[in-house]
Design a protein around this ligand. Structure first.
Ligand code: S3P
Length: 440
């Protein structure tokens, strides 16, 4: 494949009033739950990124009628819990861990076999974390050696489980909630315990579809055999995409940005909590709720940041925002310490190592640890060539670093920015980043 290269000129400031694309997690779930609901579901604000479109295509391949997404709107004609059909060929989920792990749970409960495949990055990410508890539920799943995709799922009869998740993963939790829909209510509840709170969009959206999910502290319980009823879903702007602008505006002097209609679900706002603790100037305005999800407009202005010890309880709440937060840490006065974040090593890339390699190129002092990193801030960035390793969030994080660089930053392997943030380069360019895109 060709190399998509971002060349970002040093300096500048961010200003503007805009909305970033729809939330990726919620977009995936709107297709999955809309497809297995009775009746029609309409969606607005849907993320037209490669990841959520991979989910959409997979459900079309299983016989669900879903309109083309136009201006973030689509219409799903739900087929009910038992209305999916066998796809004629493997379901290709591209770069999307969420699509693969959630669909594993859903497909384990079907009366037909399925095969799930993905790109090079997805094919190297751990799938045993969903396959093992699903097997405990009676699922027939085989993985490639090493616990990797492709994943083959044969029809199996599922029964409820009581499961303590070893990691705070919303993908594992959601996978098991979807599988639990296919258990016999006479066999009892599935109960999942999370070691720390992680995003709860599946629970909220199931309730929006009229399906009962009980949450009591860290325990989530659900009974199979119910019905989801089609509904309307308004997908808020993705806080994970907003994060690049929260950091960019915080580090670049003179910046002032208003981000509209951003999802501020309490299980997603680690980035806001951490940046505020570092001294960022963030104001939340116009609070309201759409479809069971809280949203607000976020105003961010430049501020002098200081290094902090990132509280471990914030890690799952900011799990996708660390590439951007590392850039903030490098611009902060003093030392920032991240620990308890080993999960970053199994994201779209090893985000601790790939970020550390990029920070080294840009002259930022740091120490890599097994479960995190220590970053010595305050120096800003030099310039140079960064390899994003095809990780969308690494590419976007280093784009923002250029606002505080002395020389241009050239970022390689940026194609996957389109998985979560179509239009990122044009939007960043229009609000103050000096960015050229070239296909080599
Ligand atoms: C997601 C959960 C998180 C997150 C991912 C999206 C989801 O993954 O990193 O980008 O939509 O459920 P984990 O469950 O592996 O923490």
């Amino acid at each position: 494949m060709s190399d998509l290269v971002f060349t970002v000129q040093p300096g500048g400031r961010l200003s503007g009033d805009f909305r970033v694309p729809g939330d990726k997690s919620i977009s995936h779930r709107s297709i999955i739950l809309g497809s297995i609901a009775e009746g029609d579901t309409t969606v607005e604000g849907f993320l037209e990124g490669e990841d959520s479109l991979a989910t959409l295509k997979a459900f079309r391949a299983m016989g669900v009628e879903i309109d083309d997404v136009v201006g973030g709107r689509t219409h799903i004609r739900g087929v009910g819990l038992h209305g999916l059909r066998e796809a004629g060929s493997p379901l290709d989920l591209g770069n999307s861990g969420t699509a693969m792990r959630l669909m594993c749970g859903l497909l384990a409960g079907q009366a037909f076999p399925s095969t799930l495949i993905g790109d090079k990055s997805l094919s190297s990410r751990p799938m045993g974390r969903v396959a093992n508890p699903l097997r405990d539920m009676g699922a027939q799943i085989s993985l490639r050696e090493g616990g990797l995709a492709p994943i083959n799922i044969q029809p199996g009869k599922l029964h409820p489980i009581i499961y303590d998740m070893p990691v705070a993963s919303a993908q594992i939790k959601s996978c098991l909630l979807l599988a639990a829909l296919y258990t016999d209510p006479a066999d009892g509840n599935t109960v999942i315990s999370e070691p720390a709170p992680c995003r709860d969009h599946t629970e909220r959206m199931l309730r929006g579809f009229g399906y009962d999910v009980a949450t009591e502290g860290a325990r989530i319980s659900i009974t199979g055999g119910g019905t989801l009823r089609g509904c309307h879903i308004d997908v808020p702007a993705d806080i994970s995409s907003a994060a690049f602008f929260l950091v960019g505006a915080s580090i670049a002097e003179g910046s002032d940005v208003l981000l509209r209609h951003v999802g501020i679900n309490p299980t997603r706002i680690g980035v806001i909590n951490i940046l505020r603790q570092m001294g960022a100037d963030l104001t939340l305005e116009n609070h309201h709720e759409v479809g069971g999800e809280p949203v607000a407009d976020i105003r961010v202005r430049h501020a002098r940041l200081k290094g902090i010890d990132i509280p471990v309880d914030q890690v799952p709440l900011a799990i996708d925002e660390f590439p951007a937060l590392f850039i903030a840490a490098a611009c902060a006065e003093g030392t920032t310490v991240l620990s308890g974040a080993e999960e970053l090593r199994v994201k779209e890339s090893d985000r601790i190592q790939v970020m550390a390699d990029g920070l080294a190129v840009l002259g930022v002092q740091h120490e890599v640890r097994a479960d995190g990193i220590v970053i010595e801030g305050g120096s800003g960035f030099g310039g140079g060539e960064i390899n994003s390793h095809g990780d969308h969030r690494i590419a976007m994080a280093f784009t923002m670093a250029a606002l505080r660089a002395e020389k241009p930053i050239v970022i390689h392997d940026c194609h996957n920015v389109a998985t979560s943030f179509p239009g990122f380069s044009a939007l960043a360019g229009s609000v103050g980043v000096s960015l050229q895109v070239a296909e080599n």
